[in-house]
Write a protein that binds this ligand. Structure first.
Ligand code: SAH
Ligand code: SF4
Ligand code: F3S
Length: 348
């Protein structure tokens, strides 16, 4: 029996990608193994959000080179074009995430016709309780620091009927938590169905489950969505609403098209409509040119809003993005210092 091992990096979309990769490999009669040394095939589902994640792949290549066994190796997930070229030496196959359905054909070099629909794969869910359903992939926002629009391309929304069928099947098999996933779920649109409508449709699937969604971009968080949320009895009260910075000038440089005041007003509206909501957020410290004063504005907003959880990220320049052309002038130690202050604040 041939065995496969999957290496994942962590974000929910990454886990969801890996679930689809696993399903494709199992359709080829491979069985999963958690032991990398016992694997005949190793699939790395990578992330490119920070340079440290990319460096991890170089580490994996070194490890693979040293191993006596020569497993078949595949690299997929969020891979930048320029890294793809660099990684072709380290892996047998570097496959675009949209093409994972073609893995069997690529490996067999057969000319069998396959569809290239990423969504059209029944994944092998990693958890028995909670399941991720991608509803859209890609991103059109081009936040100046972010690689996602380059690794995953433009937004594509999946058909609502497919999402409902996947939800029904999962609920029938006993899943208690459904996550609707996308880089920017609020801009979901397929035919006449937008995100607020989709949320209500999924909520109304019969059964006992909690409904979550992520990620949300504040600019697309409409009144219609807030209204739909109040009508969804299965909705989880945990909501991630990334602010990224508490300073208007930095937000502008990040190409995040809202001001701190607009964000605060949005939070006010959400909390008024859904008093039980628990907010979490994402922050980047040490963005190019971020002064101590601008950082203090972020500190201020974190205190003011009172998030349950905040994910603090040190800015990492990503080649090809707009911010990479700006001077990465906040020293690493200073980024670490700012990160520590925010972590202490949000943990304490
Ligand atoms: N689509 C989501 C974000 C996905 S990336 C959204 O818009 O919120 C997850 C988080 O990684 C981001 O919220 C951001 O805080 C962080 N991030 C993205 N690019 C980064 C970079 N170049 N350096 C540091 N953190 C980054
Ligand atoms: Fe990246 Fe911005 Fe798109 Fe989120 S919304 S994936 S941070 S470009
Ligand atoms: Fe997620 Fe990393 Fe891609 S954060 S969406 S796996 S670049």
């Amino acid at each position: 029996m041939k065995k496969y091992h999957v290496i994942i990096f962590g974000c929910q979309m990454n886990i969801s990608d890996a679930e689809r990769v696993s399903a494709v490999l199992e359709s080829m009669k491979y069985k999963n193994t958690t032991n990398i040394n016992g694997a005949d095939l190793i699939a790395v589902v990578m992330c490119s959000i920070r340079q440290s994640a990319v460096d991890r792949v170089y580490g994996i290549i070194e490890k693979l080179k040293k191993s006596n066994k020569k497993p078949l190796t595949i690299l997929t997930g969020c891979v930048l074009k320029k890294d793809k070229r660099a990684f072709t030496d380290g892996f047998d196959y570097v496959i675009d995430i949209k093409d994972i359905k073609k893995i069997p054909a690529i490996i067999k070099k057969s000319k069998t016709k396959t569809t290239d629909d990423y969504f059209d794969i029944t994944p092998k869910y990693a958890s028995r309780n909670s399941a991720y359903i991608p509803i859209m992939t890609g991103c059109n926002n081009f936040c100046s620091y972010c690689v996602v629009p380059y690794t995953r391309g433009r937004e594509i929304s999946r058909q609502a009927e497919e999402i409902v069928t996947e939800t029904k099947n999962l609920v029938k098999t006993g899943y208690k938590e459904i996550w609707l996933l996308g880089q920017n779920v609020n801009s979901y649109k397929n035919k006449q169905i937008n995100f607020p409508k989709l949320l209500k449709i999924v909520n109304d699937v019969p059964g006992d489950f909690k409904l979550n969604f992520t990620s949300s971009h504040p600019k697309d968080f409409s009144d219609e969505l807030i209204d739909a949320m109040t009508k969804c009895d299965k909705l989880s009260m945990d909501l991630n609403l990334p602010i990224q910075s508490g300073d208007d000038e930095i937000l502008k440089k990040m190409n995040r098209p809202y001001t701190v005041t607009q964000y605060k007003n949005l939070v006010k509206k959400i909390r008024k409509a859904l008093p039980k909501i628990r907010l979490s957020t994402d922050i980047i410290v040490g963005f190019p040119g971020e002064t101590r004063k601008q950082f203090n504005n972020t500190l201020k907003i974190l205190k003011e809003i009172g998030y349950g959880v905040a994910f603090i990220n040190k800015y990492s320049a990503r080649a090809g993005t707009a911010a990479a052309k700006m001077k990465d002038d906040v020293p690493w130690v200073e980024k670490k210092r700012r990160e520590k202050i925010l972590i202490e604040l949000t943990n304490g």
